[in-house]
Design a protein around this ligand. Structure first.
Ligand SMILES: C[S@@+](CC[C@H](N)C(=O)[O-])C[C@H]1O[C@@H](n2cnc3c(N)ncnc32)[C@H](O)[C@@H]1O
Length: 282
């Protein structure tokens, strides 16, 4: 349940935590900006209306970011609905939860005995606690040695878990991102799944250009720190992972973006510059 006692102050947040506003505002704008996507999120609208944040007008006006956030959210929602229906009573662990409203949005599908746990940095966890007083929150740095391992160690050992990492892994340094996958590989029970988005390392290397063409990122002052070139390489390092899908986002491109994606993929050795992937844990 959402509780909105007072304004939600984002202006004092550090650059990376403040990126939580990008998808939040995207979801809140969906009904007005892209009605044809058929997505609406009353909780995000209510939260976004309370934001005190200088970057908000830029994010609202950045149609590509709004559109991208909605499409990504729809993909992750579909993965979550499918997992919840196949595994009632599962755990849903959201890494870098920000002010994500998925649990409220999925309604009955999320209420079927599932257990939701959210992880984020302390400043964001404090905000999240104010908005979702009933949420189970774990506070800490995903990139820190042993942290994700400890979070997973506290979960029921037999129960399949859906791990969601939406808009977060690119903000970890390469060693930190590796530690997250290492812990997920070591700890998740068979039958678990991981849905996450990735940027290609070439995008990380051209982060100044990304900020220039992507005003939503620029206003936060955050930059990407790590990327994954090929999803199919993950099981080579972590053999319990099986790739269910590597292109859930790019397969939805239409028109010019489909063409641009093909062109860029050819330059990137057949890999997309950005995508959403789904891994199964065997
Ligand atoms: C772009 S936001 C996405 C928020 C949320 N997943 C959503 O879709 O609404 C990125 C989130 O990841 C969190 N994050 C980034 N680096 C983190 C780290 N090292 N440890 C924990 N959380 C982190 C940020 O604080 C922020 O809330």
């Amino acid at each position: 349940m959402v509780s909105l006692p007072r304004p939600i102050e984002l202006d004092g947040l550090d650059p990376i935590p403040s990126t939580l506003a990008i998808p939040l505002i995207g979801r809140a704008e969906a009904r007005r900006a892209f009605p044809s996507l058929g997505f609406e999120d009353a909780a995000a609208e209510a939260i976004a209306a309370r934001l005190v944040y200088e970057g908000a007008p830029t994010m609202r006006g950045h149609r590509a970011a709004v559109h991208g956030s909605i499409v990504r959210t729809q993909i992750v929602d579909e993965a979550a609905r499918a997992f919840l229906s196949a595994h009632p009573g599962c755990t849903v662990l959201t890494l870098g939860a920000g002010l994500c409203t998925r649990r409220a949005r999925l309604g009955a599908a999320a209420a079927s005995g599932s257990r939701w746990i959210d992880v984020d940095l302390p400043a964001v966890a404090a905000l999240r606690r104010g908005v979702f007083p009933e949420a189970v929150l774990v506070t800490g740095d995903l990139a820190a040695a042993g942290f994700v391992d400890r979070v997973l160690g506290a979960l029921p050992p037999e129960q399949p878990c859906l791990v969601i990492a939406e808009g977060v892994l690119m903000f970890l340094d390469p060693a930190g991102a590796d530690r997250v996958f290492e812990a997920l590989h070591a700890r998740l029970p068979a039958g678990s799944a991981i849905v996450f988005d990735r940027t290609h390392p070439a995008v990380v290397r051209t982060r100044r250009l990304v900020a220039a063409v992507y005003p939503s990122i620029r206003v936060t002052g955050a930059t990407y720190h790590s990327g994954i070139a090929r999803i199919d390489d993950l099981p080579l390092r972590w053999p319990r992972f099986r790739v269910r899908a590597a292109d859930l986002y790019s397969r939805r491109y239409t028109g010019f973006m489909r063409f641009a994606n093909r062109l860029l993929s050819a330059l990137l050795g057949g890999n997309t510059f950005y995508d959403v992937a789904l891994l199964e844990v065997t």
